[in-house]
Design a binder for this molecule. Sequence first.
Ligand code: GLU
Length: 552
Amino acid sequence: MDYNRLAEILFPGIDKTPDFYEEKYPPRQLKEGARVTRFAPSPTGFLHFGNLFTCLVSYKTAKDTDGVFYVRVEDTDQKRKVEGAIEVMLKGLEVYGIIPDEGVIGEGAEKGEYAPYYQSARKEIYQSYAKSLVLQGLAYPCFMTAEELDEIRASQENESIKGIWGKYAKHRELEIDEIEKRIADGEQWTLRLKSPGTLDGKCRFDDLIRGKIEMPENVQDVVLLKSDGIPTYHFAHAVDDHLMRTTHVMRGDEWIASTPIHLQLFRVLGFKPPKYAHVAPIMKEENGGKRKLSKRKDPEAKVTYYAEQGFPKESVTEYIMTLANSNFEDWRRMNKTESIDKFAINLKKMSVSGALFDMIKLTDVSKNVICTMPAKKVFELSYEWAKEYNYELASLYEQDTERATAILNIDRENKKPRKDIAKWSDIPDYISYMYDETFVPCYELTGNATPALAVKVLEKYKDVVNLDDDKDTWFSRIKGMCEEVGCTPNVKEYKQNPEAFDGHVGDVSTVIRVALTGRTNTPDLYSITALLGKERVISRLEAALNHYKEEM
Ligand code: GLU
């Protein structure tokens, strides 16, 4: 076969050679051990939590080694293209601090020496490599129609290897004159790899997450270029990851099955293969079993969910690290205030069966993250969130931003801060009693507090309460009331002799707490009282008093 003639028939307009591109995209000058990773999304506009997870791992892998993380858009399927998708996806990553060093950085915008990073702009590159394979007799045109391929597929029901190989590779040996004639007649063709694989051949590789993998070698003459000259994922992956000098390919484990194809392609193309880390999907527990976190069924599968709920980015990234590396939590215990950047990710410690998404765990992680934030930061972040997702909260804040910050500072910025807030959308309820607009009275009592005791306590307290008191004075005032209302200021004493009292100082406080907040459990009551202000305090005490009087 005259491969030169064949190559000219198939690719008459292609005059560049692989050498040209090898020179144009030389190996990167990075320090020893630096890893080059990438995110290679199709522009669907949907960012799955699993994408963010894999991206964060890829990004950190690059950053931990002073490497490069870039974004390549896999837009060869123009039918699936969604307007504005790139912007949505990049914004989604940016929220979590993932800013690509290189590649696609905005809709139609790219940066870096290895451009273009849109696959749709790389047609000539793919064709140049395809032409060189034809020249070497390693690829051939196939004219089989969709119907013929369907027939073959149907006849292969009992074959262990499907697809185009062996006797099914009908057009491997077509005569060049026939090829020329078919093309002249306008027949459609795809370019197939002439697979050098053998049936007893093995493909072995060391997956960075799963360890050693052995699979049958690829024997299929896979399609490299579709009839419109656009590459398949397999071919584009080999050409792009080689030319962009990717060292570590982190991708979903659904690609493991095709890795023998990819390694074979790297070999026939004369490329050094990258290292692979196949990431298992994020799982979710359901009815005692496990299933993949689903875009259709689970709102939390969508990355925008976390922003909408008001999980700060720090919480989400922190949680993702606990999912990614089982040793992260130990590291965190030892390095309480350290930035995540200091934690070196270890791919070997990633789950093979799929990390389990757990909302309760995320909530816990987030409470721990938020409780250490200064009030000012909590205010600023939650205000930003509220302006977008909860106008009511934003306008409450705007009444007096200093007061709002002080409210958020109750029981914060100390050694044992409270952990009431897991996400910004918890705040409206958490602070509802601090504003008349959202305060919902509830006069249910607990412990020894009864309506009769409440009437006595409230009558007294409303006369003695003084908002200028410091905390100790405030509390001594409450203790000081105890005897008069038939209680003891000393809880121990009450326990020793419960018959002698109607309750103790805790019950007295409960009555006041319930009257002021409608709740039996709140942060520091002294701070709440001070921030409610005299007018609100008195009117709530009176309202409660009337209520209990009626109840008696
Ligand atoms: N576009 C491919 C996907 O979204 C990329 C896989 C890869 O990272 O190589 O599945």
